[in-house]
Design a protein around this ligand. Structure first.
Ligand SMILES: O=C(O)c1cc(=O)[nH]c(=O)n1[C@@H]1O[C@H](COP(=O)(O)O)[C@@H](O)[C@H]1O
Length: 235
């Protein structure tokens, strides 16, 4: 039975084995956060680990950022839905046909349909790095363009930086989910992230969900770090 979760925090379980991921999950509380399984953990531990987290009562965001031809992505999101995950994502840069195929693939899932969201521009990317890939639009415009396409295709929301949340909230409406990684409580290391905000700033800007990895998982007492983030945002 999955817990009811009012917390906006999604803890990124970026680990290289089921044992380490489950050891961290067992220190957390499914009524205080959701969890995210990304490429490293899924590649190492596979669908059984996702099922184990679901069985522990966690709502799971399966973050595999699918980006492929429409037929392949449609089948991949359908397979994700069959794992019982709460949320799954694709890359918006895969284009409209790919995103529409993903939406269509989930139509017959009924109540077990996961939320489907699209990654816009990764939070580790700077404006200069984006330009170097050949994208001529300014970074914010590119995020807005990709988010607008995702919304038009019927997706439930996007992954973006909290720095773009205010713009997207006003352009895409109150129901559109804005999932924001690159969250860094004041005084914590930014690491490879580039477009960051603190948890309370992110919510003030309009984020729906905060993806937090290392500030919780690398902390000496992860549950205390999670609680201190929840305390910060409740104030
Ligand atoms: O889709 C994601 O979750 C994601 C998108 C993005 O633009 N930036 C980003 O950091 N992420 C993920 O969010 C998590 C952030 O982890 P920390 O930087 O440790 O808080 C990682 O698991 C990333 O894979």
């Amino acid at each position: 039975m999955q817990s009811k979760v009012s917390s906006p925090v999604i803890v990124a379980l970026d680990y290289d084995s089921a044992d380490t991921a489950l050891a961290m999950a067992d220190q957390l509380d499914p009524s205080l956060c959701r969890v995210k399984v990304g490429k490293e953990l899924f590649t190492a531990a596979g669908p059984d680990l996702v099922r184990a987290l679901v069985d522990r009562g966690f709502q799971v965001f399966l973050d595999l950022k699918f980006h492929d031809i429409p037929n392949t992505v449609a089948k991949a999101v359908k397979a994700a839905a069959q794992l019982g995950v709460w949320m799954v994502n694709v890359h918006a840069s895969g284009g409209e046909r790919m995103m529409t195929a993903a939406v269509d693939a989930l139509r017959d899932c009924g109540d077990s349909r996961p939320l489907l969201i699209a990654v816009t521009v990764l939070t580790s990317t700077t404006a200069e790095e984006l330009a170097a890939t050949g994208v001529s639009a300014p970074l914010e415009k590119q995020v807005l363009q990709l988010a607008s396409q995702a919304r038009a295709c019927g997706l439930d929301g996007v992954v973006c930086s909290a720095r773009e949340a205010k713009m997207l909230r006003s352009e895409c409406g109150s129901e559109f989910a804005l999932v924001t990684p690159g969250i860094r409580p004041a005084g914590t290391d930014t690491g490879d992230q580039r477009r960051t905000l603190t948890p309370s700033e992110a919510l003030e800007e309009g984020s729906s969900y905060l993806v937090v990895g290392r500030p919780i998982t690398a902390a000496p007492r992860p549950l205390e770090s999670l609680k201190s983030i929840l305390f910060e945002i409740s104030g």
